[in-house]
Design a protein around this ligand. Structure first.
Ligand SMILES: [Zn+2]
Length: 363
């Protein structure tokens, strides 16, 4: 995707950031800024905002800062469709995915094929998902990782296995295995994971076959699509005061009436207005939480590698003292590459909204 450049806009944004959020609100009131599509601005970002990690807004209406990338390969995972550059998430999300990959391998699932997580700074996307905007959602394929490594080309083109018959909405029994059930159970077992979206056919298969402990079925939620992958969502993380939590799932296993509805005609009626624009196509910066403007304008790390998660430590900057005032230079000639070495995804910043050196737009 070509990087968008916003020569005149950048200076304005920097000023607004420096003046704080009141000025920001004023800027957003100007038609030119208000009408700019948020998906275009966020879709153009190649690297995260190099600040402490925080999710801002809601899963389908927000952004996030201090994102980290899951490495393209791990002992128990491979990133699929890498050209989309959607392997970014809140560090807690990336940690959960890596943990699931290890635990799943121990359970007999060879490894995870990882689909979309988020864009580097989240926000609405040019294509696909309504959610995945705040770094707390991840799609994992229901196809196990093959025994030999996938080439870069294969990662772009390999098809996933469709697990559900599109007419009956039931799982294809020849494809579903106990290992699939174990994988979903393992994912649901983590306290961070609040819900897992699957096709109604998959939910029904679990409802019909899981014996013994069924408590975890509460987190497994039927939804359209999700027939070749499942969608794992974690809750708002500490340090994200502006993250909007999702309603808790009902306490029962969800195998009764609400599931039966999915096997009626109603959910599958053709969309009367298929060409109507989606929310993500219309969203402007004015529709997103105001802090997302500062996320967009914050400097990035020196490289994707500098913001790649290599496990172990607690999320970015959470353990570091927060300085009283910014101690960063006001400008830098070379963008992110010219920043002092202390400025990267693992450096604490006072808070979003503080003036920071701004690299070229679209980094
Ligand atoms: Zn998803």
């Amino acid at each position: 995707m070509k990087t968008a450049t916003r020569p005149s806009f950048g200076r304005k944004s920097l000023l607004a950031t420096a003046l704080g959020l009141f000025a920001l609100a004023g800027l957003a009131g100007q038609p030119a800024a208000a009408e700019e599509r948020a998906k275009v601005l966020f879709g153009a970002k190649k690297l995260p905002a190099a600040t402490s990690s925080q999710s801002i807004g809601f899963y389908s209406k927000g952004c996030f800062a201090g994102g980290v990338a899951i490495p393209m390969d791990g002992p128990t995972w491979e990133v699929m469709r890498p050209s989309r550059n959607r392997r970014w998430g809140h560090p807690a999300m990336i940690a959960v995915i890596e943990k699931l990959s290890r635990d799943a391998a121990a359970d007999g699932w060879p490894g995870l094929l990882i689909g979309d997580i988020s864009q580097p700074r989240g926000g609405p996307m040019m294509t696909g998902h309504a959610s995945h905007q705040i770094g707390l959602d991840a799609d994992i394929w229901l196809t196990p990782m093959p025994s030999s490594p996938l080439s870069a080309a294969q990662r772009e083109t390999k098809s996933a296995t469709l697990m559900v018959d599109e007419k009956t909405h039931l799982v294809k029994d020849t494809l579903w295995t106990p290992a699939h059930t174990r994988l979903l159970k393992r994912a649901a077992s983590y306290p961070e994971v609040e819900r897992i979206l699957v096709n109604p056919g998959i939910k029904k298969k679990l409802c019909d076959t899981v014996k013994g402990d069924r408590d975890w079925l509460r987190k497994i939620r039927p939804f359209w699509g999700h027939d070749y992958h499942f969608h794992m969502r974690i809750g708002c993380q500490p340090g994200s005061p502006n993250c909007k939590a999702q309603e808790a799932t009902p306490p029962d296993d969800g195998c009764g009436k609400p599931l039966a509805w999915w096997f009626t005609e109603e959910p599958w009626r053709p969309n009367k207005n298929p060409d109507a624009p989606k929310a993500r196509d219309l969203m402007t910066m004015a529709n997103l939480p105001k802090e997302c403007r500062a996320v967009l304008d914050a400097p990035g790390p020196a490289s994707a590698e500098a913001a790649t998660y290599h496990g172990g430590s607690v999320p970015v900057a959470a353990a570091m003292p927060e300085p009283e005032a910014p101690s960063l230079p006001a400008t830098t000639a070379n963008g992110a590459a010219g920043l002092p070495s202390s400025v990267n995804a693992f450096t604490a910043t006072p808070e979003i909204g503080i003036p920071l050196p701004r690299p070229r737009p679209g980094n």
